[in-house]
Design a protein around this ligand. Structure first.
Ligand code: NDP
Length: 246
């Protein structure tokens, strides 16, 4: 068993997850980078190693619940420990409620919410064995205040906050914390195709008048997954340039 803390980061192939993986590696963790695409994960792991960090790449579709449980249990077995779980992978399938299909609802709930339940359930036992755990679920300001066209996404992200508070209450006495980080508008593939009018409106309601960067989210995740954040649990930290303030 290695002395180094082992962290799983889902959705690490690009965007926010990639920045989180790089940041946790810079924090000295062995980072297991997870998404469906092996190629970009291998490139990321090689980049982290070239910078002197420790990383490996595991392809897994988190909407396949058997696969996600096996992935988490496999990482814990291979490394003899699992300290940090960052559930970052997520999708959008936006539509107005009148037009939203059952499939659009189910896909987003399964990928963004149920997969997190399955991953946390599989992570809890090795974290309890190790008498340490840091779980960080990436929620969204859409889940805090709602967003027209995102009933499925907001329900999943809001669900994450209640889920996270509940497991924080269950696991706290085992030295395991669970928190959410809720990004506002962050410049990634997920937001790159928004019409300019939407982006301009968003900027006008952000106190700092700027869209966020993936590294802004990674910094918050770095803190809540650190050893020193032991007294912070069950919280949802909005990282949104002051857009919601709720
Ligand atoms: P991107 O679309 O840029 O990246 C999504 C990541 O999730 C990719 O690495 C993708 O990898 C992975 N992923 C998607 N589906 C699956 C799956 N079924 N199994 C495994 N991996 C999957 O998104 P962002 O980086 O922008 O978003 C990251 C998180 O932050 C999400 O949870 C999102 O909801 C949340 N968020 C983002 C905001 C933003 O403004 N960008 C705002 C609020 C919240 P691959 O395709 O290789 O599988």
């Amino acid at each position: 068993m290695t002395d180094q803390r082992v962290a799983i980061v889902t959705g690490a192939s690009r965007g926010i997850g990639r920045a989180i993986a790089k940041r946790l590696a810079a924090d000295g963790r062995h980072v297991v980078c997870v998404s469906r695409s092996q190629g970009p994960l291998d490139e990321l792991a090689a980049e982290i190693q070239a910078d002197g960090g420790a990383a490996s790449a595991v392809a897994c579709d988190i909407s396949d619940f058997t696969a996600v449980a096996a992935m988490v249990e496999g990482v814990a077995k291979d490394h003899g420990r699992l300290d940090i779980l960052v559930n970052n992978a997520g999708i959008t399938k936006d539509n107005l409620i009148l037009r939203m299909s059952d499939e659009e609802w189910d896909d987003v709930i399964n990928t963004n919410l149920k997969s997190v339940f399955v991953a946390c359930r599989s992570a809890a036992r090795p974290m309890m064995r190790g008498k340490f755990g840091r779980i960080c679920n990436i929620a969204s300001t859409s889940g805090l205040v709602g967003n027209a066209g995102q009933a499925n996404y907001a329900a999943a992200k809001s669900g994450l906050t209640g889920f996270t508070k509940s497991i924080a209450r269950e696991l706290g006495k085992k030295n395991i914390t669970a928190n959410c980080v809720a990004p506002g508008f962050i410049e990634t593939d997920m937001t790159k195709d928004l019409p300019v009018a939407v982006t301009d409106h968003v900027k006008s309601v952000i106190s700092t008048r700027e869209l966020g960067q993936p590294e802004d989210i990674a910094a918050a995740v770095s803190y809540v997954t650190s050893d020193e954040a032991k007294f912070i649990t069950g919280q949802t930290i909005a990282v949104d340039g002051g857009m919601t303030m709720c």
